[in-house]
Design a protein around this ligand. Sequence first.
Ligand code: ADP
Length: 741
Amino acid sequence: MKRIGILTSGGDAQGMNAAVRSVVRTALDKGLEVYAIYEGFQGMVDDGDYIRKMDWDSVGGILQLGGTMIGSARCERFYTREGRRLAARNLIKAGINGLIIIGGDGSLTGANIFWQEWSSFLAELTASGEITPAEAAACPHLSIVGLVGSIDNDFSGTDMTIGTDTALHRITEAVDAITSTAASHQRTFVVKVMGRNCGYLALMGALATGADWVLIPESPPDVENWQDVLAERLKAGRKAGRRDSIVILAEGARDKNGNRIGSSDVQRALEERLGEEVRVTVLGHVQRGGSPSAYDRILGTMMGNEAVNALLSLRPSDEPLVIGIRNNRLTRMPLMESVRRTQAVAEAVEAKDFERAISLRSGSFKDAFLTFKTMVRALPHPIDPAKKRFRIAVMHAGAPAPGMNTAARAAIRLGLDRGHIMLGVRNGFEGLIEGEIETMDWMSVSGWAIRGGSMLGTTRRVPKGRDLYSIARVIEDHHIDALLIIGGWTAYESAFHLLKERPNFPSFNIPMICLPASINNNLPGSEFSIGADTALNSIVDAVDKIKQSAVATRRVFVVEVMGHYCGYLALLGGIATGAERVYLHEEGVKLRDLQADVEKLLNGFHAGKRLGLMIRSEYANPVYTTDFMCSLFTEEGRGVFDVRPAILGHLQQGGDPSPFDRIQATRLAGMCLNYLVEQCEKGEHNNAFIGIQNGQILFHDMRDFDRMVDLEFQRPKDQWWLSLKHLADLLSKTGPDDEVG
Ligand code: ADP
């Protein structure tokens, strides 16, 4: 295979551009010729200038753009054999025998039919003289790899599709905004989001925003009179002190008889029962709009790279593959089987077999639905007098990380719902030492799901010496049975310390668990920590603006990002913004590297380049600091380019948590609470930290903490994301005259 085509088809999705860029550059790097087919299948069917050769720079500067720069279309003619025959002719004329298609299940179905018909087209077109025998001989087979671009996350076999995360960003931004106006006026809002057969956006949007109710296609309300139940729920919420009521409705929501529930049905039902005006907001295409999130840029980039590798691995008669991501690892699946499984959900919904529909969804979807049902209760279930109630304390520790509040709220509500006494510790370990502890009730955490910072307060203090006596006394005085610590390195270090001091302080013999919350993503046993996704998005937003600011100059930016000794934010930020160089402490920085970078910059700018972007992890090297690098580049680039530092600083720790951070915080907090309650019930007092690894939630024994980390540089020994460095290097290779991105 020498010449491949790439096209985007069906509904557009943010992150498609990242995938196109990655496909084009990976293919060029492998020595392939790559053609973009503009306007999806339409461009393949129509004669004209739709099939265009791409070079390294044709995909520069597109990472941050929403939609798809090579166009997408719905193509009626591609549904017909005659249309697909024309498409085959055009591809063969262009000498293309490998295709990468980014689209939804419709587009991928079309692609599969096209693949099955290829040899018959070849014979017919040769016989009719529309293609020459030599042209036919150059394309005896067609190889196809699909990528799923769909904001609905409705594709079976992949945990995420390209575009879903950004759509969730748009939904949470909108619902957060609506919540504040709704709360001011004590109003009820119905918000309709996309999802014809898949309630993912509605459910995760509701979980992330703390909405009061959600209606999704796979799991309709189980009662006939859902309108009465819903109205009662909202009334109870108001009575309990909620000021706003938000109902999120998926496009394809239905009642238990399979009848569609529209936003006006909900509006009417609530107006009649609540006796107040109910507003409807239909989010519509806003969800497809805007700049792609950090995750979608990275996902598109990873999948695009993998698609080219997969295409090259296909033997001539191999059936098409589709690239997915399962448990944070890329996968290759047979395309048609995945499409069939995807369509089975829609068929189950259509046939009102809702149990099957929800069972075809992933386990985390089902868990999320159960968690949501508890979180939205106006008040906890009545207390069962026969059950033992435990006193469980929740605290934050270390630097603030967006999503900490979401986790505390979830743990407190889930604990209250199960009848336990939930205590809030103010101001981290400082508060625990001073005994700043209060009993939390259901409404005391209202509104916390969406807020950045730390509502409980947090400090960086690590308890030492006499502090331990105070903590022991506070645990005894407040009869604390179990402790949940939400935080970063400080939290883990302190918990580890308390564990080691157990022989001296018997009251430390209670179950404790740490929940990873740190923008640095430097905690052991977890591929992600709460807050890192928000920080990454803040970095991406800031760098997008920095890039724009330089249009009128020839300039190099040295952007310094946080992370301590952990380069996660720098590397992933670099991939998501198209930086040409990322400096990490893990790799080290040598003078010869800097010299090579200066040469590369000079060559680039001499050849017409206008912008350079270097991202430096804050502690990448103690001598070659950001200042040093700027001085060096300034001196060497004199007369060719100027240099500016951009130290992003604390904006990375702030901001409202991203949807991903909110959802993971809720999930993890629920699991931590289960752990603590189980320990209390069994009379055990293990000490653990929780994490997400390979998509699974795992508990690690706190005794393993020091074995799993590099104590000097405060990071895990095993950092999965370092394997992405080759991708960052590949995509940032610079052609002589390219732009950043
Ligand atoms: P999505 O790919 O986002 O699911 P559509 O279902 O609208 O979007 O499909 C996009 C395009 O893919 C269609 O306009 C058509 O050109 C092609 N396509 C979809 N389904 C088929 C099919 N069954 N046979 C042939 N082409 C199809």
